[in-house]
Design a protein around this ligand. Structure first.
Ligand code: ADP
Ligand code: MG
Length: 256
């Protein structure tokens, strides 16, 4: 990937469900090592957009590039071809995703959850994977909890295991969809801390969140979405200190 190529580039992305147009031309870029926070009211299309990035939803128009490569389609001699399962799989391996509901495998320990992908999907040597999994659990503050099952962990701990599990696949881009929204307030901080450490380690991240302090302090770019459009985007200072649109002001006012 050339140095100047953004890690994520969305160009005029449209997505409809039936007659209902949910994304109305989303254009944005995230450079390698940057954190983009995606804000906006419920129903504005944030989750749909994240799902389009790894082709869990098929877009109707526009282009999405991850690491300089088209997502979902190939372009050859000016014609478009749907990507096959292998191509989609290869592309999805570049992208980690963490959801509001962490969906760990309930019958596996934290360690086994983190090891699962690299062992079964990437066919890596289990002993190497185990060592790496311990490192990742250490990184999210759960080295001593490696042998616990999900139900023996708090929601915040489970979410940190989910982050470690995602990182075990060595993604180039991490997508977070309201990772702390389902957590009790006292558990949110530890998860945000892990995400902040990850950002500081240089991971490229797109984070849908209502945690405004996180967006202010960690994001390089903030995008405000409303009704399927990017209403405004800029640095955290631009968006938080001088929002241009009434709807952005109203939204920020309602959250703080
Ligand atoms: P946000 O994450 O910003 O709250 P979503 O992307 O979840 O917004 O939803 C945007 C709109 O798209 C909502 O009106 C939602 O009902 C609709 N929507 C999302 N997924 C589907 C789907 N699979 N089928 C039909 N409508 C959907
Ligand atoms: Mg959502």
């Amino acid at each position: 990937m050339p140095q100047t190529e953004p890690m994520l580039r969305a160009l005029n992305v449209h997505k409809s469900f039936g007659e209902h147009e949910i994304l109305k031309g989303i254009t944005l870029e995230v450079n390698k090592g940057e954190v983009l926070c995606l804000l906006g009211p419920s129903g504005s299309g944030k989750s749909t957009f994240l799902r389009c990035i790894n082709h869990l939803e098929r877009i109707n128009a526009g282009r999405i590039y991850v690491g300089g490569e088209l997502v979902g389609i190939n372009e050859r001699n000016g014609r478009l071809y749907e990507q096959n399962e292998n191509e989609l799989c290869r592309m999805r391996m570049k992208i980690g995703m963490v959801f509001q509901s962490f969906n760990l495998f309930p019958h596996m320990t934290a360690l086994e959850n983190v090891m699962e992908g690299p062992v079964t999907v990437l066919k890596k040597d289990p002993e190497e994977v185990r060592a790496r999994a311990y490192e990742l659990l250490e990184k999210v503050g759960l080295r001593d909890w490696a042998d616990r099952f999900p139900k023996q962990l708090s929601g915040g701990q489970q979410q940190r295991v989910a982050i470690a599990r995602s990182l075990a696949m060595e993604p180039e881009l991490m997508l977070f969809d309201e990772p702390t929204s389902a957590l009790d307030p006292e558990l949110v901080g530890d998860v945000l801390k892990v995400m902040r450490d990850l950002a500081e380690s240089g991971m490229t991240m797109v984070v849908v969140t209502h945690e405004m302090e996180f967006a202010k302090n960690v994001a390089h770019k903030v995008v405000f979405m409303d009704e399927g459009n990017v209403l405004e985007q800029g640095t955290p200072i631009d968006i938080f200190e001088s929002p241009r649109h009434e709807r952005t002001k109203a939204f920020l006012g309602s959250i703080d």
